[in-house]
Structures are given as structure tokens and as C-alpha cells.
Design a protein around this ligand. Sequence first.
Ligand code: ARG
Length: 461
Amino acid sequence: PSGSLWGGRFAGGPSPALQALSKSTQFDWILAPYDIAGSKAHATALHAAGYLTADELERMHHALDALAADVADGSFQAIEADEDVHGALERGLIQVAGPELGGKLRAGRSRNDQIATLVRLYLLDQAGAIAHGVIQLIDAIAAQADAHHGAVMPGRTHLQHAQPVLLSHHLLAHAWPLVRDLERLGEWSKRAKVSPYGAGALAGSSLGLDPSLVARELGLSGALENSIDATAARDVVAEFAFITSLIGVNLSRFAEEIILWNTREFGFVTLDDGYSTGSSIMPQKKNPDIAELARGKSGRLIGNLSGLLATLKGLPLAYNRDLQEDKEPVFDSADTLTVLLPAFTGMVATLTFHTDRMAELAPQGFSLATDVAEWLVKQGVVFREAHEISGALVRFCEERGLDLADPSDEELAQVSPHLTPAVREVLTVEGSVSSRIGTGGTAPVRVAEQHQALTKRVAEL
Ligand code: ARG
């Protein structure tokens, strides 16, 4: 049928049911500018190999630029009969350049190597925007850490009070995984920057076209080594889905804490009005919807990754039409982070921390018991025994409703003769925090160093 990419062998056109199933323009149209960039590069390769004269190349590039402008302003759009973005744009090219010139462009390429390349180009751009959003979030976290020098909070394990820590230390602990996610995106982009173009359907081209020329024209680092791999592999797409889902998971863990901190029971933070929502029935409500949406959307991002991996797992080499299913999940993952990151960053940047409340809770739950044990070790007591003594002090206090610092000197000595009054030096939150001067510890001096190291790592990206 006229307009289709494969008239010759077929007596009739595709059934409407097949057309409806097969169609991908509703989601791959977004690749149109990349498809046209690929076509321009391919035309250059055809010219270099002697299949287009200099004049034809110029007219071809001109026609493709005109088509790109028509796509950009919406005057050229996909129609019902177009199967995918590649077919639609060939139809458009022929409208602009005529069948004689327009019909030459398809030589030596296939939609299989085209689509594998376009997805990479699109995801590379999306990765750049996502990385920018992640950097802004890291900056917002670091600014909150900066604004709360010296503030303490209960550090938790198993969600139970464990040891006091600096608020800034805890906040920066949410920044580091994001720094590693940025590094992951950077490493991924090296792999993504290799071009499948020129692989043809699967076996490579017989026309003497230069795939590395196309790669260069597209700003990619080179051509893939194996044409079958080039058309069949989607590991680069799956890795993008993984990194974006990991970013989602990292946001979700932070979100969960913000949700808890924002409860009346914790009372650690207040959300800015611009970054929280109300209730349609309960006038008093102020809800942490951004954090909840972050937590919820991480499930969606994980779903995109697992759906894509399931699509890939049974596929023989090389191209199979199943691979058309690779796009919607990762397009959605990119879109999801693109809307989520600015809102999340705004929420973090505008959080008010109630440091008095945090400081009040920091020593509760006998969170200084480890400090007592480690103080005893410094006095020469074996740790096993030190742990026993500190545990006995906890029990002594718990039975009497006291905090660890409350017992008198006599009572301390009654628990153990090793517990001299000097132990009181570690029975304050500030003393405890300042004593944790090991590398990566919560002592203010170490946290200041850590902050510098983080800034440096981000600057080096
Ligand atoms: N639209 C397809 C995709 O997204 C590319 C076309 C390849 N189709 C084909 N029948 N070889 O993967």
C-alpha cells in the first residue's frame, strides 16, 4: 500500500486490528527530532560512500531541516496510517523532498538500528536533566545541614533510639546515595554514548557506509562493535531504568522519614505551606503529599524496571518486535523524576526543623549507654564487662524511672565500682557526639570535613 514501508511483497494492507496493535506513534513521536538528526547523519554517510551527490546531500539536509521545523511547530504530525515515528517521518520527507530524493535515504539502515540509537540519544538528554535535578536536591540537603550546625537528634537503628547524632550528619547521609546515583548516571552515559546506527537490521551494511561517521555526527563516542548486539541489546535502557528506580528508592527513604518527622508524635519538622496539602473535610490538616507521592512513585519506577527486564528475559537475538515495549517504561521513569525532583527539592529546602524537640529527645531511650561502655573501655575495662556494667546501669535507671545521668555518685558506685563520677563527662549528648571523632563519625569536626568532601565529589562530576 502506498505510504507503507513495505509494499512490494504484500497483496493487501494491514488489518485495522493489526494497525491498532502495532502503532507506536502515540509514544515514539517524542523521538522525532532525534530521528531527523539520525537521518541527517545517515545522509552524510551516504554521501561519503558515494550514494548521494553533494547537491543531493544539501537538498536532503535542507528538506530534513524543513521537516524538523514542521514537526516542532506541529504542522507535520503522525496520521492514523503511520505505524511509527520512522515511517511517519519518511512520509514527511517524501512530501518535502519528493519521492526521488526522499526515497534514497533508507538505503543501508533499518528501523532496528535507528530505534536503538534514538532511544539512547533521548535517554542521554533525559539523564542530563535528571542529574541537574539531583544536584539541586543535594544542594538543598547540604544547605539544610549548613543551617543547623551543632543541632542534635536521636540517631536510630530499628527505628529505636540508638545513639545521638548531629542533624547535619543525618541529613548528609541522605545526600551521599544521591551523589553515587549521579556517578552511576555518569558511568551509564559512557555506555549509552556508543552508536548502534549502521548495524542495519542485524548484519551490518554492504554499502560501505561508515558507522563511526554517523556516531560522530550524532555526538556519540563511536559505533558498537557488533551489529547483532547493536540491534538486540537493551541493557543500556534497563540500566537507565535501574538508576532512575534507585533514585526513586533513595528519595522514598528520605520521604518516609519526613513523613514520620512531620507527625505530631515526632514533631521534628514543619512543612512549608507551599509544599504541603490540606484536606477537603478536615480543616486542620496539613499533609506531606510530596513525600507520599515520592514514596508511591518509587513503586512505579521499580515497576518500570521489572516490566522491562521481564520483556527482555526470553528474547532470542536479534531484533524482536517485543523490543518496542522498551520505550514507555523508561520514558515514564524519566518523566516521573522530572516532575518529582523539583517538588521534592522545594519541600526539603523549605523544611523547618524543630531542633529543641530533637535535642530533648536525643538523650532519651538510654541512648548514651554505648558512651558509658566505651568510657569504661578507655579506663581499661574489658568491653564484655563494660557492656554488662552499662547494661546494669540502664536497668538500674529503668527500674527507678531515671535517666542515665540521674543516679548519685553512690548509686553509680553501687552499680559498679568502675563507674566513678568522671563518667559524667560522657553523659551529655554534646559530649557523646563530640567524642565520635573516627572517620565518618558524627563529631562536628568530622561532619564539617564530610561536608567539604561531598561538595568536592559533586564538583568533580
Ligand atoms: N517501532 C519499532 C520499535 O520501537 C521499531 C521498528 C522495528 N520494527 C520492525 N518491524 N523491524 O522497536
